[in-house]
Design a binder for this molecule. Structure first.
Ligand SMILES: [Zn+2]
Length: 266
């Protein structure tokens, strides 16, 4: 095979790897943001659990202080009851006293509710703290992995770009320009041609003379339909007819619209 053609085939592989590595590099910040958001969520859950426990504690203290107030009222009413002159006054005092006792019972119920809920609150906090600990460890690991991945990707990109430069220097200027145009437009440039005499990418059938030129693998021939650069892939030494037929799909109608590379570049 012509060295220019071989360079182009290798160049397309290198370009595909560069694109893949670049996509990976681009995806990493998103991945880091995702793991940071997860950790922030775990921190917020611990804070919420702590806040709930503190709120319970302060509510309980408030209820206890209210009970004291009511108890003081009751003892005051009892003192007053010893000094009342009329039955009416006594009845009024007793009513106040009953009211205060009822208030105390209500407050005691509320305190009991808080005490019953306390175990659930504690469990919730424990779970949230355990999740935060696990997420913090995972976060560090994942960020370290992302750092390593980025470093590896950058090194790989350096190597691939060096290969790319080398390969491009082995291809004529006009052909490189054509390659770049078609790559930008089609996403791929090199189209293998098998024995069925068609461009295997766009499926268009080649004219016999064009196929003869492609078969030699000694010159740059482009597909008149998709503009890709064609190269011939000879059949394996002992082809089994059935296997070959399955491997190379029949050339029907073209899959893509014909677009002039010159127009597309503009
Ligand atoms: Zn084609």
């Amino acid at each position: 095979m012509n060295s220019e053609l071989q360079n182009l085939i290798d160049l397309q592989q290198v370009d595909a790897r560069i694109a893949a590595v670049r996509a990976e590099v681009a995806a990493l910040p998103k991945e880091v943001a995702r793991i940071e958001a997860k950790l922030a969520g775990s921190k917020a859950a611990v804070e919420a659990a702590n806040a709930a426990m503190k709120a319970d504690e302060s509510a309980r203290r408030k209820h206890e202080s209210d009970i004291k107030d009511q108890q003081e009222k009751i003892s005051k009413y009892r003192d007053q009851s010893l000094k009342v002159k009329t039955n009416q006054e006594y009845k009024a005092l007793m009513s106040e006293l009953e009211h205060a006792e009822a208030e105390i019972r209500k407050l005691e119920d509320k305190i009991l509710e808080i005490m019953v809920a306390a175990d659930t609150r504690k469990d919730g906090l424990k779970q949230a703290e355990a999740a935060l600990k696990a997420d913090t460890t995972a976060n560090e690991k994942e960020k370290e992995h992302a750092r390593q991945q980025t470093a590896e990707d950058e090194q790989q990109l350096d190597e691939l770009n060096a290969q790319r430069k080398q390969l491009r220097s082995g291809v004529g200027e006009e052909t490189v320009t054509h390659y770049d145009r078609v790559l930008k437009l089609r996403g791929s440039v090199m189209a293998p041609v098998y024995e069925d005499e068609s461009c295997s990418v766009c499926r268009v059938r080649l004219r016999p003379q064009v196929f003869q030129d492609v078969m030699s693998n000694q010159q740059i021939v482009t597909c008149f339909y998709c503009n890709r650069i064609l190269y011939f892939v000879p059949p394996p030494p002992k082809p089994e007819e059935e296997a070959e037929a399955a491997k190379v799909p029949a050339a029907d109608s073209p899959k893509e619209e014909p677009v002039q590379a010159d127009e597309a570049a503009g």
